[in-house]
Each structure stands twice: as C-alpha cells, then as structure tokens.
Ligand binder design. Structure first.
Ligand SMILES: CC(C)(COP(=O)(O)OP(=O)(O)OC[C@H]1O[C@@H](n2cnc3c(N)ncnc32)[C@H](O)[C@@H]1OP(=O)(O)O)[C@@H](O)C(=O)NCCC(=O)NCCS
Length: 160
C-alpha cells in the first residue's frame, strides 16, 4: 500500500512542527546560505492507513522549486516516493521548470533515493555546511554513520 498525498493544512501545523523539530533538531534549515523557517513553508503531507506518514516542505522562487525537507515516518513502503512525485506535480502546477534540493555529504540514502527518481547531482558545495553552521549553530559536527558533516550536494530535475 502506498500513500495519499495532500497539501499541508493549518490542522497539520502542530504535527509538522513536532516532526521537524524532532528530526532536524530545529525547524530552521539552511540551504545554499539561505535560512528557511520550515514552519512557514508550503508542504505536502503523506497519509497512510488514516495516519500522517510523511512530510515534504518546499519553496517556490521564480521558475524553480526547492524541496527543503523530506521526512518519511514509514520507510520502504512508498511514502517518500509519493511525496517526491507530488512535489513534481506541485512544482509543475506552479509553472516551475526546475525542481532541486540540497542534501548533505553524509546522507548516502538520500543521494541514492533522489538519483533513482531522476535527479542529477549538479554541484558539490564543499564546506557549505561549515558555513551554514554560522547561521544554525545546532548543526552537528558529524552526521549519518559518523561521517563528518561538511558539504552540500545539490541535485536537480528538469521539469518538462
Ligand atoms: C530518504 C527517505 C525520504 C525515503 O523515504 P521512504 O518512504 O523510505 O521512500 P520509499 O519507501 O518511497 O522508497 C524507499 C525504498 O522502499 C521501497 N519501496 C518503495 N515503494 C514501495 C512499495 N510500494 N512497496 C514496497 N517497497 C517499496 C523501494 O525499495 C525503495 O527503494 P528504491 O529507492 O530502491 O526504489 C527516508 O529514508 C527519510 O525520511 N530519510 C530521513 C530524512 C532524509 O534524509 N530526507 C532526505 C533529505 S534530502
């Protein structure tokens, strides 16, 4: 069973706050030197068996749409894929030609996930996480698997 995706509504905000604060250590996210308040971004919520199962937040700017966060609460059953597909639809509907995101150098599962869904690695921003730590000191020194957290990996998908 996959997941149904609906736009984030006011009624989802308290749940989204708890999820983001719990999983990212803060509701603030720095990407490419920009500090985002995740609680103010538009989002998509995945529902599965009557429960919220995942959240994606995004930021529209001109003809680009940035996926700022993606969290699956039930991994390996299609929640992340459903949210990624819905983000493409939302971006297209908003007239975007490019969907992009950054992940960090430690996040090998994300690198795998996005590349398998058509995204290309378009840039490595060496040292960008070290820079981001000045805006968001709560970013830890090490990430997944104890990998030093240092660089931003930018991935993008051209929308037809
Ligand atoms: C990366 C992440 C979003 C993936 O979410 P997910 O819900 O596990 O993703 P899916 O279930 O759609 O896909 C993962 C795997 O599950 C399996 N899967 C997908 N749909 C399935 C289905 N309907 N039935 C059975 N298995 C399925 C596939 O094997 C898939 O692997 P693939 O990449 O080889 O195709 C999740 O691991 C996560 O929240 N990570 C932590 C936060 C994070 O790093 N976010 C990304 C930052 S950029």
């Amino acid at each position: 069973m996959g997941a149904q995706v609906r736009p984030l509504e006011e009624a989802d905000r308290a749940w989204a706050y708890r999820l983001l604060a719990g999983r990212w250590g803060s509701t603030r996210m720095v990407t490419r030197g920009v500090l985002h308040d995740l609680t103010r971004l538009p989002g998509l919520v995945a529902w599965r068996a009557g429960e919220r199962a995942g959240l994606l937040t995004y930021h529209l700017a001109g003809d680009s749409c940035e996926i700022v966060s993606l969290d699956s609460l039930v991994e390996g059953v299609g929640v992340g894929s459903a949210l990624a597909a819905a983000a493409q639809e939302a971006a297209r509907a908003a007239g975007c030609r490019r969907l992009w995101l950054v992940t960090t150098n430690d996040n090998l599962p994300a690198l795998r996930f996005w590349q398998k869904r058509g995204f290309r690695l378009v840039a490595v921003h060496a040292g960008a996480v070290d820079e981001a730590r000045r805006l968001k000191p709560e970013i830890p020194a090490t990430g997944l698997e104890g990998i030093p957290l240092r660089d931003e990996l930018e991935l993008a998908l051209a929308l037809q």
